[in-house]
Write a protein that binds this ligand. Structure first.
Ligand code: DAH
Length: 346
C-alpha cells in the first residue's frame, strides 16, 4: 500500500466520523466527548496521523519531502476541522471576565454641595467685594479687651456675664460677635479701611429652633475722613437690593449698640401676603436684617486713632438668619447637624 492510498483512507475515515459528530451537534445533542475522541483517534500521540508519519521512514529520501508535505496538509486539515467542532468558551465558563455592557449609563459620582451658610457668606462677600471691600479674619478665642472693652462695653454690661459668654479662663473667652475683628483690623492696618469680616461666634444660650450656641456673622467696617451716616445708609440699601432684589424696600430704625453712635437697625420689607409672612414679620411686613451705626469715638480711642480726625461706620448681620429667610428654613439646628437629607437640598 502506498502512503498516498493510506492518506486517502485516513481522510475518508475522518470525514465519516466528523459527519457523525456534526450530526449530533446539529441535533442539539452534546457532542463534546465525541469531538474529543475524534481528536484523540486522529491527532493523538498514537492516532492515525501519527501512524502515517511513522511510515515516512520507510520511503526513499527522494519521495520523503513530497509525502511529508501531504501529511502535514492532512494534519492541518484535521486539526482545523476538530477545532471548529469545539464551541468557543461560553460566558459562564469565564467567571473572571467582567460582564461589561458598555452601552449602560455610568454610575453617577456623588457630588457634594456647598453648605447653605457658606453659600450666603460667599454671596455677601461678593456683593461687598464689588464695591471695594476687602476681607479680614480674626480669632475665635478672644480676650475681654477685644470682645468687649475696646468696643465700649461697660464693665457691668450684661453681655459680659457668664450666662451669655463662654469663658475659657478668667480672661479668655469665645467671641460673642465678629465685632472683635474691628479692633484687630484697626490695630493691624492703617486707615482708610473698607473691610468685611466673616466668622463663627458663640453664645451661652439654650439650643432650640430659634437660637443656638454657635452661629456665623459678617461684620463690616469703613474708616476714613468724613464718612457720613448717609454713606452708611446708601451702602446698606445697595447691599439689601443686591441680595434680595432691585425692588427691595429698606427702612432704618434707631437702636443701641455700645460701639456705635448713632446706631440703627435696618429692616427690609418682606410682605404680608401669606401666613408665614405674618408669622416671621410679627404682623408688620418688615424684617430686621442687620445692625449698624457710626463708629463710637471711644472705639477709635481704644486703638489710638484720633476721633476728631477719623470717622467710620460699622455693620453686622447673622448668616444663619439670612439663610433661614432666603430658603424658608424654620430651625437653626439644621445648619449644624450635618444631616445629608437637609444639606443635599442646596
Ligand atoms: N455685634 C452685634 C451683634 O452681635 C451686631 C452689630 C451691630 C455689629 C451693629 C455692628 C454694628 O458692627 O454696627 O449683635
Amino acid at each position: 500500500m502506498s502512503l498516498h492510498t493510506d492518506i486517502r483512507r485516513v481522510r475518508a475515515e475522518f470525514d465519516d466520523r466528523l459527519k457523525a459528530v456534526q450530526a449530533r451537534l446539529a441535533a442539539g445533542l452534546d457532542g463534546s466527548e465525541h469531538a474529543e475522541q475524534l481528536r484523540i483517534d486522529f491527532l493523538g500521540r498514537k492516532g492515525a496521523v501519527a501512524g502515517l508519519f511513522a511510515g515516512l521512514g520507510a520511503l526513499s529520501p527522494k519521495e520523503r519531502p513530497a509525502a511529508g508535505q501531504q501529511l502535514n496538509a492532512l494534519k492541518e486539515a484535521i486539526a482545523g476541522a476538530v477545532s471548529d467542532l469545539q464551541p468557543g468558551p461560553s460566558q459562564e465558563d469565564r467567571p473572571s471576565a467582567p460582564q461589561l455592557d458598555l452601552t449602560l449609563p455610568g454610575d453617577p459620582i456623588p457630588l457634594g454641595s456647598t453648605h447653605p451658610v457658606t453659600q450666603i457668606e460667599s454671596k455677601i462677600k461678593n456683593i461687598f467685594a464689588r464695591i471695594g471691600f476687602s476681607i479680614y479674619y480674626g480669632p475665635e478665642v478672644e480676650t475681654e479687651f477685644y470682645n468687649f472693652e475696646a468696643l465700649n462695653f461697660q464693665a457691668d454690661h450684661p453681655a459680659r456675664d457668664m450666662q451669655d459668654t463662654f469663658y475659657l479662663s478668667k480672661d479668655l473667652l469665645l467671641r460673642t460677635h465678629t465685632s472683635n475683628n474691628q479692633i484687630h483690623a484697626m490695630e493691624a492696618m492703617k486707615p482708610p479701611l473698607r473691610i468685611i469680616m466673616p466668622g463663627r461666634v458663640f453664645r451661652n444660650e439654650a439650643i432650640n429652633a430659634r437660637s443656638h450656641c454657635q452661629f456665623h456673622q459678617i461684620e463690616g467696617l469703613v474708616v476714613d475722613r468724613q464718612v457720613s451716616m448717609a454713606e452708611l445708609k446708601g451702602t446698606m440699601t445697595h447691599f439689601a437690593r443686591e441680595l434680595y432684589g432691585p425692588d427691595t424696600r429698606t427702612r432704618f430704625r434707631p437702636s443701641y449698640f455700645p460701639f456705635t453712635e448713632p446706631s440703627a437697625e435696618m429692616d427690609i420689607y418682606w410682605g404680608l401676603e401669606t401666613d408665614r409672612d405674618h408669622r416671621i414679620t410679627k404682623g408688620t411686613g418688615w424684617l430686621e436684617i442687620l445692625g449698624c451705626g457710626m463708629v463710637h469715638p471711644n472705639v477709635f480711642k481704644a486703638v489710638d486713632l484720633d476721633p476728631l480726625k477719623w470717622t467710620g461706620y460699622a455693620f453686622g448681620m447673622g448668616l444663619e438668619r439670612m439663610a433661614m429667610l432666603k430658603w424658608g428654613i424654620g430651625d437653626i439646628r439644621l445648619f449644624f447637624e450635618g444631616d445629608l437629607r437637609f444639606l443635599r437640598q442646596f
